[in-house]
Every structure is written in C-alpha cells, then in structure tokens.
Design a protein around this ligand. Structure first.
Ligand code: FES
Length: 80
C-alpha cells in the first residue's frame, strides 16, 4: 500500500510501496528509503524532492481531503 500525504504549507509525503521515475521512465535510486517528500512549492534545490526550502520562502497551501467530481470521458485529468 502507498500513502500520499499532502502536508499543509509543505511537501507531498509518500510512504509505503512506490517508485519514482522521470518522464522517460528511468527510476530514481532512493537509497532504500521507504518514505520520501516531494516538493510542491517549486523552490527546492533538489527537485523533485523537498529540501525544506518551503519554510524559507513561506510557502502557504493548506488543503483538506475532499471528493473530486467523476472524470469526464476524453478530458484531461485534473492537474495543478
Ligand atoms: S515543498 Fe519543501 S522545498 Fe518545496
């Protein structure tokens, strides 16, 4: 099982069974980590991973879980 947690004012935390690949399908070597944080503020010097820069820049984004509408046939998925 994989758990993805969107942290308030911070990163996206991934825990469990996962792999992270670049757009060409090459897998990142994660050094045996079973949890890692991805940057969602855009300021990390180590993208796509969080390096704590969100605190320095005062990134603000608080989220709560919610229901998304059903996908529309032929439409592009919801993207940030
Ligand atoms: S979310 Fe942590 S550096 Fe961007």
């Amino acid at each position: 099982m994989t758990k993805i947690t969107v942290k308030n004012n911070g990163s996206v935390r991934i825990e469990g069974d996962f792999m992270i690949c670049d757009q060409d399908g090459r897998e990142f070597g994660l050094g045996g980590r079973t949890a890692i944080s991805l940057c969602r503020c855009g300021h990390s010097e180590n993208k796509p991973f969080c390096d704590g820069s969100h605190k320095r820049v005062g990134f603000q984004s608080e989220v709560q879980a919610r229901e998304l509408p059903p996908p529309v046939m032929g439409a592009v998925d919801l993207r940030g």
